[in-house]
Design a protein around this ligand. Sequence first.
Ligand SMILES: NC(=O)c1ccc[n+]([C@@H]2O[C@H](COP(=O)([O-])OP(=O)(O)OC[C@H]3O[C@@H](n4cnc5c(N)ncnc54)[C@H](O)[C@@H]3O)[C@@H](O)[C@H]2O)c1
Length: 248
Amino acid sequence: MFSPQCLEGRVAIITGAGGDIGRAIAMRFASAGANVAMLDLDAVPTDGFDPERCLAMPCDVADPASVEACIDAVANRFGRIDILVNNAATETPLGTVCDIPFESWRKTLDVNLTGAFLICKYGVPHLGRQGGVILNIASQLGHVTTPGRAAYSASKAGLLSLTRSLALDHADQGIRAVSLSPGAVLTSRVTRQAGSEAAVIEMLAPLHPIGRIGTPEEIAATALFLVSDEASFITGTDVLADGGYTAR
Ligand SMILES: NC(=O)c1ccc[n+]([C@@H]2O[C@H](COP(=O)([O-])OP(=O)(O)OC[C@H]3O[C@@H](n4cnc5c(N)ncnc54)[C@H](O)[C@@H]3O)[C@@H](O)[C@H]2O)c1
């Protein structure tokens, strides 16, 4: 039975929790009973969260020292870590490999992929004490791509592969590793990129056979299932929540 309090007593770290999807995941996990540590470049607002069961910390996931300090702080505050959600991603300008500056390529890989590596490098030893779950937020564009998204797609495809390695390498410690690939989701990031909410919908909804784009809450609901014990036989794989985008 899927209990509404299925994460009671667990401690979850969510990176990029200042963004719409990260915040929705943190909210959903907290309402399922989890203690949540929300990491982002700047400390994120904690309104709506129980102050006893949340921690907001500035963290640059691409910086090993910053990640190590945050993981230590979360373990000290809550005494354990059970769930790592690698959701942080940087905004990458559109362009072919000829167009995008080398620095943009490097930053995309540093944040989107190396950031997940670092959170796992310092976080997995804590999960290993009692078992746990790693959830990497990838993208439908890690499976397929679209013109101008070389850096972003490569970073997300790398996350799919890293997920499989994590699952194999840490299964004997009772750790599951799963990725979740959203299709287009209405967030401030995509609204900013497209210019307006209406422009996002007009441009992206027709690419999804379901006829619309997703919501952060739909991604959070899938994330909750994947980190819960109801998904206990799911590891080393990806789950697409993409409204059928990749079914074409
Ligand atoms: N919105 C979509 O349509 C969509 C589709 C597929 C996948 N995704 C993925 O879902 C995740 C969340 O997307 P979103 O739309 O909420 O994006 P967002 O840009 O709103 O959130 C990402 C967050 O990551 C943070 N971040 C950036 N660099 C960081 C760093 N170095 N260290 C720590 N935090 C950093 C940002 O400050 C931001 O708050 C991302 O991984 C994104 O690639 C989103």
